[in-house]
Design a protein around this ligand. Structure first.
Ligand code: BGC
Length: 244
């Protein structure tokens, strides 16, 4: 089955048709900057543009950087606050005329990694951390997702963890890996002490540079980069739609 997967991030929207049986992109990625402010109507317009680009009228899976509880957007750290209380699938579905499945972006990346990436056949507690504009998390217990964990909002050094250790912080403060990776390590240590996971998977764009990060990791938990790299969010969003 081919489903259009869309990963709406705080800075960019990435999309591609996904072969949901193979867990791979079946066409080239299309990337747009996230409109600012990222209000529902502007995101709906971007989604419309993406669908036109792919000449797409079928099912769409969409990862949003927000807790999406029973279809309703509940948080909005890196998108416009006007998303809160919007039924995202209904709103985007009406705006585009296609069935749209919406879920948290990190949960989407996690679904893809568990099905086709580093999480395959991994029992116990697995946490996927997406490092980008924010810090996204997806928590799995014996392969089952506990949705909307929002652990990037844990308090670390008296501040919201993602404002201390995200990829955006690295860029904004122009930190080298030597200066920034210990921040990520402190965050991962916090997850370790709270959850004692069996595996931590680092996703988001930065996972391509995992070799520059790993020398600074002091945690005991097995930690690896996402196998699907930055495409995990697109692939997982499509998987979620294929299941709907
Ligand atoms: C949001 C999460 C999201 C993460 C990564 C956080 O700011 O609260 O919902 O998964 O960013 O995009």
């Amino acid at each position: 089955m081919i489903v259009l997967g869309v990963d709406i991030g705080g800075s960019a929207i990435k999309a591609a048709p996904v072969d949901t049986e193979r867990g791979s992109l079946s066409g080239e990625r299309y990337r747009l900057p996230t409109p600012q402010p990222a209000v529902p109507l502007a995101i709906a317009r971007s989604l419309g543009e993406i669908m036109r680009h792919f000449n797409w009228t079928g099912a769409v899976g969409c990862g949003l950087p927000a807790a999406v509880h029973q279809g309703i957007v509940r948080t909005a750290a890196n998108i416009d606050k006007s998303w809160i209380d919007v039924c995202a699938s209904e709103f985007l579905g009406q705006a585009t005329g296609s069935p749209i499945t919406v879920l948290n972006d990190a949960d989407a990346a996690g679904l893809a990694e568990m099905r086709f990436g580093q999480g395959v056949d991994r029992a116990g507690t697995v946490i996927i951390v997406t490092v980008g504009t924010g810090l996204g998390t997806a928590l799995f217990r014996d392969g089952t997702l506990v949705p909307n964990t929002e652990l990037g909002h844990l308090i670390l050094n008296n501040q919201v963890a993602e404002t201390y250790a995200s990829g955006a912080v690295k860029t904004k403060l122009d930190l080298s890996f030597r200066d920034w990776a210990p921040r990520l390590d402190a965050y991962l240590r916090c997850l370790e002490e709270l959850f004692w996971p069996d595996l931590l998977i680092i996703g988001g764009g930065i996972c391509q540079e995992f070799d520059l990060i790993s020398p600074f990791l002091t945690i005991k938990t097995e930690t690896c980069p996402a196998l699907l790299g930055n495409d995990a969010g697109i692939i997982g969003a499509a998987l979620a739609a294929a299941q709907d």
